[in-house]
Write a protein that binds this ligand. Structure first.
Ligand SMILES: C[S@@+](CC[C@H](N)C(=O)[O-])C[C@H]1O[C@@H](n2cnc3c(N)ncnc32)[C@H](O)[C@@H]1O
Length: 305
């Protein structure tokens, strides 16, 4: 099993204090959570994942740490989870967004474009909306839009058309068929693998509403953190990092509320102080050991009063 991505910087930026109260929004295999838990003496850690398989794995790994609770849920609903547990003063929150190696490496989950699997791609296997449901319900135009917006796909129109044609002919039944649709649509073979990867990313993001969850989760994290508390977010592609960067920037500036005639009504002080002016990225050794880390970017900020 790989070390979690940017494990050292993530825990360092969280500034884990022994008696503090922390939330790991994306427990996965529990790697980051274990590092946080190891630093606690009297403190507390709530670890969340929307994938029941990840929850089971993290529970097993974190069993020796009595100060940790691992729960199933979507971190978009962070406010309720924190409220239900009476955690009103959170010292640090970590979001390590996206998909895990555990998910990608299990062909039956449908995340991998290298192996045949069902058109599933749900992180939360208790939810009903799968990739197959997405293909059955979206129009060709909507499909093209999501391929472009969530995957930076180069030929969204052509690929959406091929997918729609295959779907109509009853030939879109598994991840192989999906990858084939992309290969058929791209004009040059040399581009195909990258384009297939981008299409799978876009579909996965749409199935799991990942960007919506990230936006809501960061908002909830701001509400939950005490003054001086830290928010650390690791993202893996440009769509995610754009959201983190924008929200961090917006929240680190005074916010003006205007009257209808344009006069300033109120000025709210900034909610965040940026700790990382530029995103922290993995060093060469980490990328060599774990090529999936290459696109990771970490941003950290501190809650102001
Ligand atoms: C990159 S992995 C996290 C790896 C983890 N930090 C570790 O040390 O093993 C991302 C995890 O976040 C989970 N996840 C993604 N979006 C989520 C959301 N909105 N709510 C809860 N969990 C989410 C995924 O199911 C996956 O297990």
């Amino acid at each position: 099993m790989h070390e979690p991505v940017l494990a050292g910087p993530a825990v360092a930026w969280l500034d884990v204090r022994a008696e503090g109260c922390y939330v790991d929004c994306t427990a996965g295999a529990g790697g980051h959570a274990e590092r946080i838990a190891a630093g606690l003496r009297g403190g507390r850690l709530l670890a969340i994942d929307r994938d029941p398989v990840a929850v089971a794995a993290a529970r097993k790994r974190l069993e020796p740490y009595r100060q940790v609770e691992v729960i199933h849920g979507n971190y978009a609903d962070l406010s309720a989870m924190i409220r239900d547990r009476g955690m009103d003063q959170v010292d640090g929150i970590l979001i390590d967004a996206g998909v895990s190696s555990m998910q990608i490496d299990t062909a039956e989950r449908g995340f991998s474009f290298q192996e045949a699997g069902p058109l599933d791609m749900r992180m939360d296997t208790t939810s009903e909306y799968t990739a197959a449901a997405l293909f059955a319900s979206e129009t060709r135009e909507a499909l093209a839009r999501l391929l472009r917006d969530y995957g930076d796909v180069k030929f969204p129109g052509r690929i959406a058309r091929t997918i729609a044609d295959r779907r109509a002919a009853g030939h879109l039944n598994n991840t192989r068929d999906l990858a084939e649709s992309v290969r058929e649509a791209v004009p040059r073979k040399a581009m195909a693998d990258d384009e297939v990867r981008r299409v799978f990313q876009a579909v996965r993001i749409a199935v799991n509403d990942e960007l919506g969850a990230l936006e809501r989760g960061i908002g909830a994290a701001l509400e939950a953190l005490r003054e001086g508390g830290r928010l650390v977010v690791i993202s893996f592609h440009s769509g995610e990092d754009r959201i983190v960067k924008r929200l961090f920037q917006e929240q680190s500036r005074p916010r003006r509320v205007l009257h209808a005639d344009g006069r300033v009504k109120e000025i709210h002080p900034p909610a965040l102080r940026l700790l990382t002016k530029k995103p922290v990225v993995p060093d060469e050794a980490e990328v060599r050991a774990n090529p999936r880390a290459h696109s990771a970017r970490l941003r950290a900020a501190e809650r102001l009063g």
